[in-house]
Design a protein around this ligand. Structure first.
Ligand code: SAM
Length: 278
């Protein structure tokens, strides 16, 4: 959105549900109005610029435009993030645009330090066993895409994390004493296997082409490890990050430009608060 478009843009709509605030509007415009150093954790997945069919956003810009736009958003995220905040950016390329996530990460280097690079594994085969949803790819050139990136950016690379809060129990319990740990918990590492729930149709995915599972933002918020953190998702989609924040007792702000996705996010949050599971 250009400055001129922004001036013509419709009035922002704001909704409060539980600990969460939802804003319908252009995220750059909303971010510019937010207070600096007010956010502990950003978890977001922007449009990947690979031609997905969102309801209103055309996911296909010239690559330079897209990167400039994302840098403008990154600049605002740096401003609203607390100095010890964490920015988790989930993105993937496509076979036609394999460099895009890396180009973006390099552009964001002017603003952030890449403190961790997490692989979100959506499906994997271990030996002859397979886990997660396998989406076949009809190609002799490319492998089935089983993972996406989660870049963990911070302002200076020194943010203390709660690795055990986001950790896992030891498989071999004798390692607890051997490694001098006081509890049955170790760091999860930087490969996170988080499969999608199996669904029967697109409607069960809220008619949205690019959601992530609630466990992904939950894991990011737990890893950042601040109690009652203030969480932000500038590309909220169906509100998954806000559901994670709500589940963990955190306040959150989610922004999306699309009225239909905002309606889905509001319904999901209302259902979660009424104890209706998805
Ligand atoms: C990859 S999706 C996010 C999905 C989300 N993580 C979820 O689980 O539902 C990206 C979202 O960005 C939204 N979007 C695109 N341009 C935007 C803008 N300028 N401001 C705010 N949201 C925007 C799209 O409508 C889309 O819902």
């Amino acid at each position: 959105m250009t400055e001129a478009d922004s001036a013509r843009a419709p009035r922002l709509r704001r909704y409060r549900i539980g600990l969460q605030e939802i804003v319908r509007g252009d995220c750059l415009r909303v971010l510019k109005r937010m207070q600096e150093h007010s956010v502990d954790v950003v978890v977001t997945s922007p449009p990947y610029n690979i031609g997905l069919s969102y309801r209103s956003y055309p996911d296909r810009r010239a690559e330079e435009d897209y990167l400039d736009w994302m840098v403008a958003i990154g600049t605002q995220l740096r401003r609203v993030l607390k100095p010890d905040g964490s920015f988790f950016l989930n993105i993937s390329g496509s076979s036609a645009q394999p460099w895009l996530p890396f180009e973006l990460a390099v552009r964001l280097r002017a603003l952030f330090v890449l403190q961790n690079h997490i692989s979100w594994v959506k499906s994997i085969s271990v030996g002859v066993d397979s886990f997660g949803h396998f989406k076949p790819m009809n190609s002799q050139r490319y492998l089935h895409r089983g993972h996406e990136h989660v870049f963990h950016f911070t302002c200076d690379g020194t943010v203390q994390l709660d690795r055990l809060g986001a950790g896992v129990p030891y498989k071999d319990k004798s390692n607890i004493a051997r490694r001098g740990h006081s509890q049955d918990r170790r760091c999860r590492g930087d490969a996170w296997f988080i499969p999608y729930q199996t669904v029967r149709g697109r409607a069960e995915k809220f008619d949205h082409p690019g959601t992530f599972p609630v466990a992904l933002p939950e894991q990011c918020i737990l890893l950042h490890g601040r109690e009652q953190a203030h969480v932000l998702d500038p590309f909220m989609g169906t509100g998954t990050t806000l559901l994670a924040a709500q589940n963990l007792g955190c306040t959150g702000v989610g922004i999306d430009i699309d009225a239909d996705y905002v309606a889905v996010a509001r319904a999901r949050l209302r259902d979660a608060m009424a104890g209706r599971s998805e």
